[in-house]
Design a protein around this ligand. Sequence first.
Ligand code: MN
Length: 266
Amino acid sequence: MDSRTDLLSGRPVASGARSNVLRPDGDSDYSTGMRYVFAPPPHSAVRIVGSTGWFPVHRIYCVARNYPDHAKEMGSSGREPPFFFMKPADTVLSVAEGETGVLRYPSLTRELHHELELVVAMREGGASLTPADAQRCIYGYAVGLDMTRRDLQTEMKRLGRPWSIAKAFDRSAPVGGITPAAWIEDISKVEITLDVNGVRRQQGSVGDLIWSIPEIIARLSEAWEIKPGDLIFTGTPAGVGPVGPSDLMTANGTDLAELRVRVMRA
Ligand code: MN
C-alpha cells in the first residue's frame, strides 16, 4: 500500500518503508518519531503525594558523607567537599504512601545496609547553578533508602575500585511519594527517621547536613547539567546497619510520605 503518510512529517511513506507512527506493538515513540527495534522499557518514575501523576526519573545522584556523625563513622572529618556517585534511573523502587515495597535480598552480598536519606526531586535544572537558582529548581522532597552492599563497598574501597556494584544494583533506590516543595514550610527543620521492625535505627535533621541542599545541587551542577527528573539522595545520618529477609523498613520525614519496604528472601 503506497498511500500511507507519516503522521509526524505528513510525507508519504515510501513503498516498503515502515512508518514512524506508533504501532500497536509499541516499538515506536510517537513523541520523537523514533522507531526502536524492540519496545523500550517503561520510563522510571516515582509516585507523587496527592496526585495521580508520576515524577519521571532522569538520573539518580547520591551524596556521600553529608552528616557529621555518619562521616565520622565512615572515617572522615570536617567539611570535606561533597563527593558524588550515581545509581541508574531504573534502580528506583517507587513506593506509594500506604503501600509496602518489596526488595529481594540482592545477590553477591552478606551485608545489605540501609541508608536513610532525604531525596530531592528536580523539576528544572541547568549547569553551574547558584545555590539560589538551585533552590528554585526543586520540585519536591521524599524519604529514600540508599541500599548498599556494604561488604562489597568495603572491598571496592580497599582495592580503589568503583562502587557501582555496591551501590547501583537493581531496586537499590527505594523512594517514597514525593511531596511538592511548596507544601513544606522549612526543609531545614525536617527530621527523618528509619525504623526496622519498629525499632529506631536512624534519625537525622536536614538542618544538620554538612552541605545544604542548595549547596549540593550547585556543586553537582558544576559537574553535570542538572535536568528535570533528577533525584538527589542527600546523604545519610549515623546508624547505618544491616537488614535481612522479612525485615520491614519504615522511613519517615516531617510532612513527608511514609516509605515502607519489606526485604524478601533472594
Ligand atoms: Mn548514601
